[in-house]
Design a binder for this molecule. Structure first.
Ligand code: C5P
Length: 400
């Protein structure tokens, strides 16, 4: 179950007697490590109260599309972007029909249209309604659109009928949800990722560094391990816990990061440089704390260039598929293309750090992926979702 660690599940609850099972589902998803936000349709609230779901999820429940308070906080577009998966359980016959139509007349249908995350539905309805040709045609459309359909199960129903139409049990839904995050696309491959900032000492108490949180690199490591890769994460100082099943090597300076990278990149299939490496370090590290000079209004610090880690790896005789980042505030594509050529990279992931709310230190990112032949825009989404999309893209590239 550990593959739901830190996954953001947006649980949509629609109107059906199985809605009572959603309360248990919230708990089970959380037990498996997921973070859960709940959206309820008007019909769902006839069966179970938002207060119950709020108490269980620990978050306010979202019920209205046009709610000024919610729009000022976590509005429908933010919620749509927040999700790593939208899971609708129970999904009524009516909701499935409205999803197929692409309606956007309530919060949940609107979210489903807006989200870049995958969607899964767990149908729950009377067996006659499930067997009905309209429902079956609607479910076929959902499957064609790559919407996951979990169940339904057969058995006795609330109305006394026996047949297909019962919602899967909470634990079965958690398992089905977890399986969506395991892709296997990098099975048998070794991936090495650098992440976080580096810290370059000036004296025993001071250093030069930057605001990199490491979130993107850690999310990539998690996505790589979920895709089946043996994953090594070489990380500068961050506040983040290493993802499970990832070998994490902690380093402080750019030189330490280079040494660890060279050691682990030999024989690896993919090297991803997500670290924000300090370009320069002090030429000398003072042995003792540098004292303030009462007579001087300024001081000079001599810096020397740090090694370029990703370029060093890309210059290896047996070069792995090498991916770099380009965080730019202007001329995004031109600068990224320059890096691709100059550093001999196979792929550059470019993001515009002038955009507020994405990139450096944020929870979301939007990027343009560039190689010698093509450019692809991945619109704004959570760093976890973006990481999975990038890993899928890289897996495809190395398989070609
Ligand atoms: O040249 P610039 O720092 O903009 O390049 C960014 C890319 O190069 C990132 O992928 C970063 O991890 C990598 N890099 C590196 N070693 C450095 C500087 C940057 O690996 N010394």
């Amino acid at each position: 179950m550990s593959s739901l660690t830190n996954k953001r599940i947006l649980l949509g609850v629609t109107g059906g007697i199985a809605a009572y099972k959603s309360a248990d589902l919230v708990r089970r998803l959380q037990d498996a490590g997921a973070r859960v936000q709940v959206v309820m349709t008007a019909a769902a609230q006839e069966f179970i109260t938002p207060l119950t779901m709020q108490a269980l999820s620990g978050n306010p429940v979202h019920t209205n599309l046009l709610d000024p308070a919610a729009e000022a906080g976590m509005g429908h577009i933010q919620l749509a972007r927040w999700a790593d998966l939208v899971l609708i359980a129970p999904a009524s016959a009516d909701f499935i029909a409205r999803l197929v139509q692409g309606q956007a007349d309530d919060l949940l249908t609107t979210l489903c249209l807006a989200t870049p995350a995958p969607i899964a539905v767990a149908p729950a309805m009377n067996q006659g309604m499930w067997r009905n040709a309209s429902t079956q045609a609607n479910v076929d459309v959902l499957k064609q659109r790559k919407i996951h359909v979990f169940g339904p199960a057969a058995g006795e129903q609330a109305c006394g009928d026996i047949g297909l139409g019962r919602m899967l049990e909470a634990l079965q839904l958690v398992e089905a949800t977890a399986s969506l995050f395991v892709s296997g696309s990098l099975a048998g491959k070794k991936v090495v990722i650098t992440a976080g900032p580096t810290r370059e000492a000036i004296d025993p108490v001071r250093y030069i560094s930057n605001h990199s949180s490491g979130k993107m690199g850690y999310a990539l490591a998690q996505a790589a391990v979920e895709a089946g890769a043996q994953t090594v994460l070489i990380s500068g100082p961050t506040q983040l816990a290493a993802p499970e099943r990832v070998e994490c090597i902690s380093v402080i300076t750019a030189e330490e990061m280079l040494t660890a990278s060279l050691q682990h990149a030999l024989g690896c299939d993919v090297f991803i440089a997500a670290a924000a490496v300090a370009d320069y370090r002090p030429a000398q590290i003072a042995v003792h704390k540098i004292k303030k000079n009462a007579d001087a209004e300024s001081m000079l610090l001599e810096l020397v260039k740090n090694p370029d880690i990703v370029a060093t790896i890309a210059a290896l005789e047996k070069k792995p598929f090498t991916v770099g980042f380009a965080a730019e505030s202007e001329n995004l594509i031109a600068y990224a293309q320059g890096k691709l050529t100059r550093k001999n990279l196979d792929l550059v992931i470019a993001n515009n750090i002038a955009d507020a709310g994405i990139g450096f230190n944020a929870d979301e990112n939007a990027v343009t992926v560039i190689d010698k032949e093509y450019q692809q825009v991945l619109t704004q989404r959570s760093k976890q979702q973006l990481a999975r999309d990038l890993i899928a893209l890289i897996a495809q590239k190395i398989a070609d």
